[in-house]
Design a protein around this ligand. Sequence first.
Ligand SMILES: *[C@@H]1O[C@H](CO)[C@@H](O)[C@H](O)[C@H]1NC(C)=O
Ligand SMILES: CC(=O)N[C@H]1CO[C@H](CO)[C@@H](O)[C@@H]1O
Length: 725
Amino acid sequence: SWSSGHYKIRAWHFPLRLEILCEDEVMVTFNSKDKLWFETACFGFHLYCYELFCSGPSSLGADLCLHGFQHVYGLPEHPERLHLRDTSDGEPYRLYNLDVFAADLYCRLGLYGSVPLMVAHKPDRTIGVFWLNASETFVNIKYTIMFGPRRRLRPQTDVHWLSESGVIDCMVLLGPRPQQLFKQYAQLTGYQAMPPLFSLGYHQCRWNYIDEVDVKAVDAGFDRHKIPYDVIWLDIEHTDGKRYFTWDPALFPKPVGLLNHLEKKKRRMVAISDPHIKVDPDWSLYREARDGGHFVKDREGQIYRGTCWPGESSYLDFSNPATRAWYSRCFSFNKYKGSTASLFIWNDMNEPSVFNGPEVTMPKDAVHHGGWEHRDLHNLYGFYQVKAICPFTLLLRDNIATWEYLKISVPMVLNLNLAGIAFCGADVGGFVKDPDPELLVRWYQVAALQPFFRGHSANDTKRREPWLFGEEVTAAIRTAIQQRYCLLPYWYTLFHYAHTSGLPPVRPLWVEFPKEEGIFTEDNNYMIGGALLACPVMEPGAKTIKVFLPGSAEIWYDIRSAKVYKGGKSFSLPVNLDSVPVFQRGGSVVCRSAGSGTCTADYQKLPLDVTVALNSQGSADGELYLDDGHSFKYRDQKAFCLRRFSMLSGRLLCRPANEEGQFDCETVVQSVNIMGLKNKPSKVKVHMSGAEAVSASFEFLEAGCMLRLSNLNLKVGVDWEIHIS
Ligand SMILES: *[C@@H]1O[C@H](CO)[C@@H](O)[C@H](O)[C@H]1NC(C)=O
Ligand SMILES: CC(=O)N[C@H]1CO[C@H](CO)[C@@H](O)[C@@H]1O
């Protein structure tokens, strides 16, 4: 046995067993049920694969007992609830990347991405089990209640992992707090990249915007209807015969002109680029890939061919470093004709999707660089593609325009966030079929509160740009998108945390309230950062919704009405089509832009509204992260600033949260709202460093006990204080 601090590990060699203990209590047992298993089979080696290393099918597995736990999460991506189910009555959770058109709800088969991280939580500890393997993997989960020490009833979760190939490389992350677990996982697998600010705005996509005229008309529609947006996306049909890196000469004859037209309004375009390359010896890119040895091979050593959008296609082998280097060069302006710096890339179909392959993917015996079989690295294929050009998104696609798919998008986004994929969101409106106007509005409202916000729909759906359903619908969608833009200072700060500490921007309620067992399975309501609780409306015809605000010592404020609620209670809240219930936690400070502009380019110019929500002790704090929003200067030259707003005993301070960064910004705080004051103040004074204190005019709204200070014009980058007496 070994020990370190509170922890101890005990090991037995036959049968192999490992126990992880904390304060002499067993937390995790490895191989508790003796299911450790290796099987290797080398069939086919002599017959087919003379020069190739070909392992053939094999399997390996192991089981772990998580003592005291009865709630496990993670293992995305499945169209499933947040809290994973006991699988003894049915199929195990399967991790195998598949392009499933209109996936069935609650199906455990596997979708576009697979993350072999399971997170287990109980009131005093959050742990993670990371099973590092990229082959087809199954996970069985069994929840039981056992007699523990001193005959106390003790829950436990037994987990059985089974993979097709590789070796067992299983890591247990010990937490104990959720925030520490996220950091441990990020240290192991990498932190979320800092997204450029524009990518947090609204994206408009469709399969397909037909031609340049269509793109310009949709773009103009957003201006005409005063709806902010940042990016318009082009799906496969914009290419010349599904040859990526090209443009259809009739439909998009002047792509640079189109990009410049959008760029003048500070907007961007995204074009699709899939990993399958049309078999076409007359196309130079195909020839380069073929002659450079950049394609996946079949078991006979020939270039593998499958069917995808262009018809017969070969697949780039991104596991080969030389292929990744070649692929990234394909995006240079001189090779990708018609592209400019305002064109961004969408990598799709990289499960990889093969229309005539088994389960619409690549056969497991296809052969990659170094002789690895596809079975060994299947779940990493898309990872290697993005590794080549390093973008940062993961999309959920092929959902259906129904209320059930809207609802399932919330736990799916939460489980992805738990597993380190922060930047995700569902296709607004549902990819397949046509949403009715009410569903479309609700979908915008829900998606505006998720990290990645993009409208998307299939080629046989009706057009659904936000202004096509009458003024009431347009207005409700406009409000949802504007609210999103106002909240960008907060979202950007959350991504700064994800980037630096691994904290997911959106979180299940238990992450913020780890001791409240009643919310461990809550799916519909969740936290955006530590300050805002979202409970969007997801029922048709809703007149009221049920809200539960956690924490019996907490105070919450409805962000629309400033109405105060005590935590630990549930209640029903009246709603209409415009309602997007969000509550701010007492003790927090949230910064918003005062206005939404036409796109994120206006963001730096907009002044800020600061909302201080006091807790029962009359204090609150919160941070704001700022940088130029697009470059790596925050990293290379420390050109950023992180400011802290803290309120205690009637004094609100604006100070640096750390001294590390240097960023000159003109952004000013225009107004401050303080919610939860006990009495109307008699005086409010503003102190700037090195200047005389000045009195500020204020309003006091008795109903919400809210103090409102406007026209402040205080630079956010300098120190100041507001004293209330
Ligand atoms: C949608 O695209 C698919 C694939 O190209 C095509 O087969 C189908 O006909 C298209 N549907 C419509 C309505 O355009
Ligand atoms: C191909 C692949 O990624 N296989 C992995 C599966 O198992 C072992 C342990 O994690 C890894 O070392 C292999 O790289």
